[in-house]
Design a protein around this ligand. Structure first.
Ligand SMILES: [Cu+2]
Length: 186
């Protein structure tokens, strides 16, 4: 009986180890294969700001394209925040700026900057903003991985200087950056 139990235990352990090994391999593959990500923006309470942000791997970085509507005309801080959590009505659950290296807040072309420092959206008289930029800091893996983090649009302008947030005010839209189907895959 004791021998049978030992054999069963060894078999069970083998199954567990095999399953763990598979899961680990799949996770690693999925991470390195990501070429495109997306965040769908929903308004925070009392706002009507909607939009989509896509992140596509290109030769010299990641191309960010955002189209956002329902804004007041002018500049609006546009950042990746620490948490992919839009559950709070005012978006504060997304935490502060995504800043894995603990450096000061700055503009998207500055070095250093928060990984999440993407500058501003510029909305026209109809409240629509189009943003396009190839960024060399954000990534889909490693220490600057943006996947699973939050995407926030603010009520006011990011002055790119004030610490730690650019004094951009309340959060008017929130989204979560998720893995998207590769381009041409749909
Ligand atoms: Cu922000």
């Amino acid at each position: 009986m004791g021998k049978v139990r030992t054999i069963l235990t060894v078999l069970a352990l083998g199954v567990v180890l095999t399953l763990t090994g598979c899961a680990q391999t799949q996770t690693d593959t999925a991470q390195t294969d990501v070429t495109r990500a997306v965040a769908v923006l929903h308004p925070t309470q009392g706002n009507n700001v909607f939009g989509t942000v896509t992140f596509t791997k290109v030769q010299n970085g990641i191309r960010i394209v955002a189209d956002v509507s329902g804004l007041t005309p002018g500049m609006h801080g546009f950042h990746i925040h620490q948490y992919g959590d839009c559950s709070a009505p005012d978006g504060t659950s997304a935490g502060g700026h995504y800043n894995p290296h603990g450096v000061p807040h700055a503009g998207p072309d500055d070095d250093p900057r928060h990984v999440g420092d993407l500058g501003n959206l510029n909305a026209n008289q109809n409240g629509q903003a189009h943003y396009e930029r190839v960024d060399n800091v954000i990534a889909f893996s490693g220490g600057n991985n943006i996947l699973g983090h939050g995407m926030i649009v603010h009520a006011g302008e990011d002055d790119l200087t004030s610490q730690p947030t650019g004094a951009a005010g309340a959060r008017v839209a929130c989204g979560v950056i998720g893995i998207a189907q590769p381009e041409g895959g749909m």
